[in-house]
Design a protein around this ligand. Structure first.
Ligand code: GDP
Length: 285
């Protein structure tokens, strides 16, 4: 399933597997360092990994070390109890928020669940229009308002509308203008507060969308959002057509947050649940 990510770590894999006919069971530390760097794992993390391993590294040790970086991905919050399950989607403009919202909605629909979208990026008229277009395309209801109106009001109305209609999932879009961070921080905090007023415990998941093609530079962006609101987990987009698989390790390790899904295309179906074991297995297979 994660075969498309393999390219970036291909050399690492090849080095470990290269000696035929028997798979090489060990690899030197220096060599491992070079290979992980080539695979776009950040320098700091490579150092950390290499230092934690002996002079020659057994495959199984490398596997265990890599998998341990994703320990936060093991825990998942699933919908339970009262409807709706509310998800707040944050991230910078262009990261893939709108598209990912459509993908999540499509996924829930295909599981037989009902979904309602909230267009709370009221800062950009285009964002409202884009989400409306997606809502029409995947045939789910949407709550929206005019550009410039209070985004918290949209979130509040979306949750109440879903409560009244007994809808399973509410997915709320937010603004991503990181250049005016202070305003955005206040805006996001208020949306979170108001969600809680509309429904106790909401939003149940605050998900950060990161552009996978940005590799390690997405980490700083993520830290900025983490400071604004308490992010629960990440979705990494645009991992198709790029081989920055190594960046996933750095993102998971640096942010200490679960990766829920990865985006692998522009269509509503192009969202894959992230399974750390499967990912590391594919890479070391
Ligand atoms: P937003 O500004 O954060 O809402 O970002 P959009 O959802 O508008 O996405 C920005 C661009 O990235 C659009 O052209 C999307 O089609 C594209 N995009 C989003 N997710 C993916 C993905 O997983 N793969 C690819 N190839 N493109 C994506």
């Amino acid at each position: 399933m994660f075969g498309f990510l393999k390219k970036g770590l291909k050399k690492t894999v090849e080095a470990i597997q290269s000696t035929t006919p028997v798979k090489r069971e060990k690899i030197g530390r220096d060599e491992l360092e070079d290979l992980l760097l080539e695979a776009d794992v950040s320098y700091d993390l490579v150092e950390k990994i290499v230092e934690s391993l002996p002079e020659t590294v057994k495959r199984i040790q490398l596997y265990n070390t890599l998998i341990s970086l994703f320990m936060y991905s093991a825990e998942k919050i699933e919908p339970h109890g009262e409807k709706p399950f509310v998800e707040l989607i944050v991230g910078v403009n262009g990261a893939g928020k709108t598209t990912t919202i459509a993908k999540l909605a499509q996924r829930y629909k295909s599981e037989g669940k009902t979904v309602l979208l909230g267009a709370a990026d009221t800062f950009r008229a285009a964002a409202i229009e884009q989400l409306k277009t997606w809502a029409e395309k995947i045939d789910v209801p949407i709550v929206y308002t005019k550009q410039g109106h209070d985004p918290s009001a949209v979130a509040y109305d979306a949750i109440n509308s879903a409560k009244a209609k007994q809808i399973d999932h509410v997915i709320i879009d937010t603004a991503g203008r990181l250049h005016t961070q202070t305003n955005l921080a206040e805006e996001l905090k208020k949306i979170v507060r108001v969600c809680g007023k509309a429904m106790e415990g909401a939003p149940h998941r605050k998900i950060l969308i990161l552009d996978g093609t940005q590799g390690n530079s997405a980490i700083n962006q993520a830290k900025a959002f983490k400071e604004m609101i308490d992010i629960d987990g990440i979705i990494i987009t645009k991992l198709d057509g790029t081989a920055k698989g190594g960046a996933l390790f750095s993102i998971a390790e640096e942010l200490k947050l679960p990766i829920y899904y990865v985006g692998v295309g522009e269509k509503a179906e192009d969202l894959i649940p992230f399974d750390p074991k499967e990912f590391v297995n594919t890479i070391l297979d």
